[in-house]
Design a protein around this ligand. Structure first.
Ligand code: ZN
Length: 291
């Protein structure tokens, strides 16, 4: 699916649909408070009959004149995970990627906004019993602060962090010499640079795009669900530091509101891209088909 915004941005979906209850994903979203939001009346984003937020897991592909940048790599196939819907998946993601004009060999950069299990899965694939890089010609861009944190966690935590995804989806990339560890404001090329957005994870970053005509921010899990644009103080249960996550999100929403920039998080279901507007003391959003 082609998205609006600068350069050429497409979305390749691994899975999408009703996922979890609002107050599971966002502990502050009690039934009474969630019911006050416009999002609670939007069936694209909330399955009211089953009280489930609709969420997607997908990669975003940014094609510039020079590069093919794959942003976040979902859960992946064959990964052993405790979550049933993530365990030993066997989906057609790579075929779908190729059908979108993006065979693995064509990818020049893989960008992980952070290193949670649902953002690194397709970094690797299982080949003859070994995890090998899925994108052999790509530089895998990771924020140095994010890598340093999880590397430390991995040696000190009682259980492998992030569902064990470091071992099968990050370490093989480091071992293959394909990882490029960068500062959180790194520029991939003019008009394509990173911005630090700590809180969801310690080294969480946003990809900022500006082709001179339009701007977009690929924010990963800085915003999990559209309702957090209406209620930017609501952090997710998966945030490393909920208070910092809230501060980062509030500052971001204030900054981009009314600028016309496109916002593309990692889990917004179709149509995925939104623009943020301010008014009546708060924030709201419009989707591409509404503008
Ligand atoms: Zn995520």
């Amino acid at each position: 699916m082609r998205l609006p915004g600068p350069f050429a941005i497409t979305r390749v979906v691994e899975s999408e649909g009703p996922f979890r209850a609002p107050d599971f994903i966002l502990p502050d979203a009690t039934p009474a408070l969630f019911a006050q939001t416009a999002t609670s009346r939007d069936p694209r984003f909330y399955d009211a009959a089953n009280n489930l937020l609709v969420m997607g897991f997908y990669s975003l592909i940014v094609r510039t004149a020079r590069n093919v940048i794959l942003v976040d790599t979902c859960v992946g196939n064959d990964k052993v995970r405790k979550l049933p819907d993530w365990n030993r998946r066997n989906g057609p993601f790579l075929a779908d990627l190729a059908a979108a004009g993006c065979p693995p060999e064509s990818v020049t950069h893989v960008l992980c906004t952070h290193l949670h299990a649902d953002h690194v899965g397709w970094n690797t694939k299982l080949l003859n019993g070994r995890w090998v890089p899925t994108f052999p010609n790509a530089k895998y861009i990771m924020a140095r602060a994010e890598v340093a944190y999880w590397e430390h966690e991995r040696t000190t935590a009682a259980e492998p962090p992030n569902h064990g995804s470091w071992e099968d989806s990050v370490q093989p990339i480091l071992d293959a010499g394909l990882a490029v560890l960068v500062d959180s404001d790194y520029e991939i090329e003019p008009g394509v640079h990173l911005m630090p957005a700590p809180g969801h994870s310690p080294g969480n970053i946003v990809l900022c795009l500006d082709d001179g005509r339009e701007r977009a921010f690929l924010v990963g899990d800085t915003i999990h669900h559209p309702v957090q644009i209406e209620r930017p103080a609501w952090a997710s249960r998966f945030c490393w530091d909920a208070a910092q996550s809230s501060r980062t999100r509030i500052a971001f929403v204030e900054r981009v509101a009314d600028t016309g920039a496109w916002i593309m998080p990692a889990h917004f279901p179709a149509p995925t891209a939104v623009q943020i507007t301010s008014g009546n003391g708060g924030f709201s959003y419009t989707t591409a088909d509404q503008t």
